[in-house]
Design a binder for this molecule. Structure first.
Ligand SMILES: [Zn+2]
Length: 428
């Protein structure tokens, strides 16, 4: 056994003839065990792109001809709900507003069992992994209806997918903490059970200050990061994000807090939004735009000149805020679409946030990898010697082509382990 472990630990893989993000030319990337050992440039070669993978296995060394494909760090999904995904067939009708989507989902939650939540969550996990995701943060609901059953289910899913993906679990009080009595105790229990982050929501409890006090104190007590659902509206007076930014600084939590949606910021006059963005940047709060849900849910009450309903991505980036994107929901009342392909979300954002240039495509891939990693406390997430070998190899010649074509990867590596063929839920 010890011999096997050692040989696995030293196993060498050379991915040669690959392209790398934001670089020109071709590279050879050598992996040893779980890590990237070396990245070297191939001088003076021009390799025609081919969508096949050539492998050579010689004793303890595997050589993989990437044929000019693009090797990127494994994609990171920073905001997804797994146990309430894949519910279309159970919905009585389409939800016509955020309130209706929440109410409809509360009803459906009453019928959730652990087995059912695990099955749907595994489906989502395998789907996103098949598109190159090697790390995901999921918001898992904690409320008097589900109790701790969703958290327990996702802890099991985390364990079952650990060879292909790190799952980061946020204890998420979707129904509010005080609006749903009993949730405060359950949140504490969820953290003790093993949640990786404390969640919060600005639009469910009557007193936001009280809500923020609770979640910040809980996070500080267990030294966990925080991740919010914030200001999901088109009302420019919704400024929960500013209270989150202020509390972040008070608690010395700069860089450890994220907030999803924040669409009300997009409804503010530009000068005000700039001032808010500057304070968000100072607090180091990461903003996660969720374009599929935000575009689908917001602006529905507008009868003409319908508002788009996104957070102002470009403005936030210009002010130095770390902006990321996530799928949020897949096939439920909030978002009745989704394949699990992260690049679909990047593509949607590229259209709706006017990010169509070649440099924008590079930025979008960086937002889905290196920059998303920062939310999870990984600050050196890139392809360089010494880093963990979480990688995805795509049959494309550039980031722009990746965004346009959005193919499945030819191979994915998690902690140096090559995952190919990529399994989907049907294989289990
Ligand atoms: Zn969400």
């Amino acid at each position: 056994m010890i011999m096997n472990d050692r040989s696995e630990h030293n196993k060498v893989q050379i991915i040669y003839n690959c392209r790398l993000p934001e670089q020109t030319g071709f590279f050879d990337v050598t992996l040893r065990g779980e890590h990237i050992e070396q990245v070297s440039s191939r001088v003076g070669e021009d390799i025609a792109l081919e969508s096949v993978l050539e492998e050579d296995l010689i004793s303890n060394e595997r050589k993989i001809d990437a044929r000019g494909g693009l090797l990127i760090p494994g994609l990171i999904e920073p905001h997804i709900h797994m146990e309430k995904a894949m519910l279309l067939h159970r919905m009585p009708k389409e939800a016509a507003s955020l309130q209706e989507a929440i109410a409809m989902t509360v009803k459906l939650k009453e019928g959730f069992t652990k087995q059912d939540m695990i099955a749907r969550s595994l489906d989502v996990a395998y789907r996103i992994n098949s598109y190159g995701v090697t790390t995901a943060r999921c918001h898992v609901e904690v409320d008097p209806v589900l109790g701790l059953s969703a958290i327990e289910s996702l802890l099991e899913v985390k364990d079952r997918v650990s060879d292909r993906m790190d799952l980061n679990i946020v204890a998420f009080p979707q129904e509010g903490i005080y609006a749903a009595p009993g949730t405060a105790e359950l949140m504490k229990e969820a953290v003790k059970l093993g949640a990786d982050a404390v969640g919060g929501i600005t639009y469910m409890d009557p007193d936001l200050d009280e809500h923020l006090s609770f979640v910040f104190r809980l996070a500080a007590e267990y030294d966990l990061p925080l991740d919010f659902h914030a200001d999901f509206s088109l009302d420019p007076c919704d400024r929960g994000i500013m209270q989150i930014a202020r509390r972040t600084k008070e608690f010395g939590y700069e860089g450890r807090v994220a907030a999803g949606h924040v669409t009300s910021l997009g409804a503010m006059p530009r000068e005000e939004a700039v001032l808010c963005a500057q304070q968000i940047a100072e607090s180091g709060v990461h903003i996660i735009t969720l374009p599929a849900t935000d575009l689908y849910m917001n602006g529905r009450q507008d009868t003409d000149n319908v508002r788009r309903g996104l957070t102002p991505v470009r403005l936030l980036l210009e002010q130095g805020v770390n902006v990321l994107y996530g799928a949020n929901n897949i096939r439920n009342a909030f978002t009745p679409f989704g394949t699990g392909n992260v690049m679909d979300i990047a593509w949607l954002l590229a259209h709706t946030a006017y990010m169509g240039s070649e440099n924008d495509a590079k930025l979008l891939v960086k937002m889905g990898t290196t920059l998303a990693a920062q939310v999870l406390g990984m600050f050196n997430y890139r392809i360089s010697a010494g880093q963990t070998a979480d990688l995805a190899l795509f049959p494309v010649a550039s980031e722009r082509e990746l965004l346009i074509e959005r193919p499945k990867p030819l191979a994915v590596w998690k902690n140096g382990k090559m995952l190919r063929p990529i399994k989907t839920a049907e294989d289990y």
